[in-house]
Design a protein around this ligand. Structure first.
Ligand SMILES: N[C@@H](CCC(=O)N[C@@H](CS)C(=O)NCC(=O)O)C(=O)O
Length: 224
C-alpha cells in the first residue's frame, strides 16, 4: 500500500513507537536516520511546524507527531488493530496516552534532571503521575487486553528509558514494590521479540542521556 518512510532518530522513544506499530502491522518501511544537530532539508520540508522526529511519509504525504502517526497507521493498515474498537475505550486510550506523554514522561525526565532541593519534589511529582498509570494498568497483561495496543506502544519507553534515567542519576524512579503492575506490564512488553528488536542499545542511550542531562543542567546553572 504505497511507499512508507520514517524520518527518525534511533535514540528517540517517539520514533521507536512508530517502528513498533509498523512492525506489528507487518508494514515494510525505509528508515531515514536524522542527525538532530544538523537537521536535513527533508525533515524541515516535511515537519516545518515542529522540526522534530518522527515524521511518517506515506506515498509522499507527511504526518508528524508520534501519537497522531500511530492513529494514522492504525486507520490505514487495519490488521492487528492498535486502538480498541469501542468508541469509549478508544477515547480512554487516547486520554492515557496524552497523560503519559505530558505527565509521566516529562515528570520522569524532570526528576532525572533535577538537582539539589528540587530533586525530592520532582521525584514525588513523577511518582504521583506514575501512580495514576499504575492504577490504569492494574491487572492487565497489556493495556487493551491480550495483545499489544496503542497505549502499550505509547508507554513502551518505560522499561528501557526509565532504567537509563535511573542509571544516569543513580536513583530509583519506579520501585518494584511501589509499582508492581507497571513492573509486570514492563516484563510482558519486553518479552515480545519484535519489541526488543527496535530498541536502541542501552549503552548508547545512557551515553546520550548523560550528555543531554549535563547540557540541560549547565543551561539552567547559567540562567541563575
Ligand atoms: N510530541 C512529539 C515529540 C517529538 C520529539 O520531541 N522529538 C525529538 C527527538 S526525541 C526531536 O526531534 N528533537 C529535535 C528538536 O527538538 O530540535 C512527538 O510525539 O512526536
Amino acid at each position: 500500500m504505497g511507499e512508507v518512510k520514517v524520518i527518525g532518530s534511533t535514540k528517540s522513544l517517539f520514533c521507536t513507537r512508530i517502528e513498533w506499530a509498523l512492525k506489528l502491522k507487518g508494514v515494510e518501511y525505509e528508515y531515514l536516520n536524522e542527525d538532530l544537530k544538523n537537521k536535513s532539508p527533508t525533515l524541515l520540508k516535511y515537519n516545518p511546524v515542529h522540526k522534530k522526529v518522527p515524521v511518517l511519509l506515506h506515498d509522499g504525504k507527511s504526518i508528524a507527531e508520534s501519537l497522531v502517526i500511530l492513529e494514522y497507521i492504525d486507520e490505514v493498515w487495519t490488521q492487528n488493530p492498535l486502538l480498541p474498537q469501542d468508541p469509549y475505550q478508544r477515547t480512554i486510550s487516547r486520554f492515557w496516552a496524552k497523560f503519559s506523554d505530558e505527565k509521566v514522561l516529562l515528570g520522569s525526565f524532570g526528576a532525572c534532571k533535577a538537582q539539589g532541593e528540587e530533586k525530592q519534589k520532582a521525584v514525588e511529582s513523577a511518582h504521583e503521575s506514575q501512580a495514576f498509570l499504575e492504577k490504569e494498568i492494574e491487572g492487565k497483561k497489556y493495556s487493551g487486553g491480550e495483545s499489544i495496543g496503542y497505549l502499550d506502544l505509547t508507554i513502551g519507553w518505560i522499561p528501557l528509558w526509565i532504567s537509563v534515567m535511573e542509571e544516569v542519576d543513580e536513583m530509583k524512579l519506579i520501585e518494584t514494590e511501589k509499582f508492581p503492575f507497571l513492573h509486570k506490564w514492563s516484563q510482558n512488553f519486553m518479552e515480545t521479540p519484535l519489541i526488543r528488536e527496535c530498541l536502541p542499545s542501552g549503552e548508547a542511550l545512557l551515553e546520550h542521556f548523560h550528555t543531554t542531562i549535563s547540557f540541560l543542567r549547565s543551561l539552567e546553572a547559567n540562567k541563575q
